[in-house]
Design a protein around this ligand. Structure first.
Ligand SMILES: Cc1ncc(C[n+]2csc(CCOP(=O)(O)OP(=O)(O)O)c2C)c(N)n1
Length: 570
């Protein structure tokens, strides 16, 4: 096995060129074997096997830093930098699914939110010059999808204006984000790939080399050497095939092979499935409802809506900021946009939510999938910031459904509202329905007991009910409520809190500025002195691991919530 002997980039550089096809084949079959078992980014990594081999033969990482945009395509890089077996990929304690500075000096950037690489590149190239290492070359590898993000163009505006400062931008063009890459940038790259037109990069003042067959190692190596030796900002345009060598991933009509689930994982009805079907029903009844995604029509559940009403669907590219302000424009024009993004990616567009939508009080619905603990994607992907951010936006309403029926109802309330709303739900199966026994104001009462009030956010309701049942056996009587709408805080629920010995809030957001903080403030403002405990995610960057184990670690399962109650009442 060649791969076992390639324990470092130096060893890779020492291999004769004639060994490289066999090495690429070994890497590809190891990727397929591992990733179909562990889950992870199969298609993107199969597409960069040759590209990564060539990069590590031409540049001397880490002295020549290699920045992977997003970082989901860095498995091959890991394999060639001392991590050939991808040990424990995406499992707790094992290798991260993204570059990780704790794992290797070859891993430089681990943020995993797209389109930042060229800004890092600009900064690192400036730093090389300022620290007397101007003979080194900073390199970024960026996909055609990530190149649709606005930050890239802010960076190019600077990079291209400094012809004396060398950088190499390796454009990994496979024509796809999750779905085929949309818009004028994608069209331009397709034209260049077909041999026509002068590249926008040259027009801005950079050098452009390509298009190069990204699966031909000697050709990519030659292009990279040339780029390295030009000593100016240079784009190397490589054409690759996402999923190359694994037919199901190459022909990925339904966007299923960009990230795959671990083998044997159950396929129940997910929150996304419920949202997708309700969006179709709403679309049927409300011709004014339009849907937006930032390059993720499949994963956000909008594919069926897009197929049914193509003119009422917008894929903006990986451009969350633009998605939100475009939605503001649509709402100003009399429509009701539904912006569907993963909770963690809404961070990108905070100012747009605050000023462009919030300040104008516009009727825009934000659907935040993957809110809370996402699991195997790690710190950049846990959706634990949204309640904190949205809580600062005046007039923003936020719902967290506890089950599928609640998701349908709260989504309908959001699109019926003449102002901004958000509906958040996790990456999980939707679970059984939790019937309401009663109501307090707008909150649903799920368990009744006289001493403790547990206020459970969204999908935490099941664990809160389990805790109440456990406490009941110990003689502690707990009420569990689902507030339905977290913001604004319901005054009836605040008043009801006065009648209990203890209030416990439970949420899968970071503790800082989460629902617990908001509810505490509401109690204080109303002069309610009932003691309050919050159960929330620690305000830290949480590593990857299984969703269940992370929730347990943070006291967000039934026994954990019961333990918090016991420690406060005993
Ligand atoms: C800000 C942000 N939005 C969305 C995503 C989700 N996402 C991860 S990879 C990806 C597609 C990337 O496409 P491309 O850059 O072309 O790389 P490829 O996977 O095709 O190699 C998207 C949308 C993200 N990581 N960051």
């Amino acid at each position: 096995m060649l791969l076992e002997t390639v324990s470092s980039p130096e060893r890779l550089r020492a291999l004769p060129e004639s060994d490289l096809p066999a090495l690429a084949a070994e890497i590809r079959s190891a990727l397929i074997g591992t990733v179909t078992r562990t889950g992870g980014h199969l298609g993107p990594n199969l597409g960069v096997v040759e590209l990564t081999i060539a990069l590590h033969r031409v540049f001397e990482s880490p002295q020549d830093p290699i920045i992977w945009d997003t970082g989901h395509q860095a498995y091959v890089h890991k394999m060639l930098t001392g991590r050939a077996s991808l040990d424990g990929l995406r499992q707790a304690g094992g290798l991260s699914g993204y570059p990780s500075r704790a794992e290797s000096p070859h891993d430089v950037v681990e943020n995993s939110h797209a389109s930042t690489s060229l800004s890092y590149l600009d900064g690192m190239a400036r730093a090389l010059v300022l620290t007397g290492q101007g003979e080194r070359t900073a390199v970024a590898v960026i996909g055609d999808g990530a190149l649709t993000g606005g930050m890239c163009w802010e960076a190019l505006n600077n990079i291209a204006a400094a012809p004396e400062r060398p950088v190499v931008v390796v454009l990994n063009d496979n024509g796809r984000s999750y779905a085929p890459t949309v818009g004028a940038v994608g069209n331009h790259l397709a034209a260049l790939a077909g041999g026509s037109g002068r590249s926008v990069f040259e027009q801005l003042g950079m050098a452009y080399i390509g298009p190069v067959d990204g699966h031909d190692v000697p050709a990519v190596e030659a292009a990279l050497r040339k780029a390295r030796d030009l000593r100016m900002p240079t784009v190397v345009h490589c054409l690759t095939r996402k999923g190359y060598g694994f037919p199901a991933a190459e022909d990925d009509e339904f966007e299923k092979m960009h990230t795959i689930s671990p083998s044997g994982s159950a396929a129940g009805e997910t929150w996304t499935d419920v949202f997708a079907s309700e969006m179709l029903a709403i679309g049927e009844q409300r011709p004014d409802v339009v849907a937006l995604t930032a390059a993720m029509p499949g994963p956000t559940g909008l594919r069926a809506f897009a197929d049914r009403w193509p003119s009422r669907f917008v894929d903006v590219g990986i451009a969350e900021q633009h998605a939100v302000t475009c939605a503001a424009g649509l709402a100003t024009g009399g429509l009701h946009p539904v912006v569907c993004v993963y909770a963690t990616f809404l961070n990108r567009a905070f100012d747009q939510v605050l000023m462009d939508v919030g300040l104008h009080g516009l009727p825009v619905t934000f659907v935040l999938d993957r809110a809370g603990v996402t699991g195997s994607d790690g710190p950049s992907h846990h959706g634990m910031w949204d309640l904190t951010l949205l809580g600062t936006v005046p007039g923003m309403r936020v719902a967290a459904p506890r089950d599928g029926d609640a998701l349908r109802a709260e989504l309908r309330e959001a699109v019926a509202h003449d102002g901004p709303s958000a509906v958040r739900f996790p990456k999980a199966d939707v679970g059984p329905a939790l019937a309401a026994l009663d109501r307090i104001g707008t909150a649903d009462v799920l368990r009744r007991g006289s001493s403790v009030l547990i206020v459970a956010v969204g999908a935490c309701a099941g664990a809160a009910c389990a805790a109440a049942d456990e406490l009941c056996r110990d003689g502690i009587a707990a009420t569990v409520v689902d507030p339905r709408w977290l913001l604004p805080v319901d005054s009836a629920l605040v008043a009801a809190a006065a009648g209990y010995d203890l209030v416990v809030t439970v949420e899968d957001n970071g503790g800082h500025g989460g629902y617990g903080d908001v509810f505490t403030r509401a109690l204080r403002a109303a002069g309610v002195a009932t003691p309050l405990r919050t159960v929330a995610l620690a305000q830290r960057f949480l590593p990857h691991g299984s969703r269940g184990a992370i929730l347990t670690e943070h006291g967000l399962d039934g026994p954990g919530i019961a333990a918090t109650v016991r420690s406060a009442v005993l």
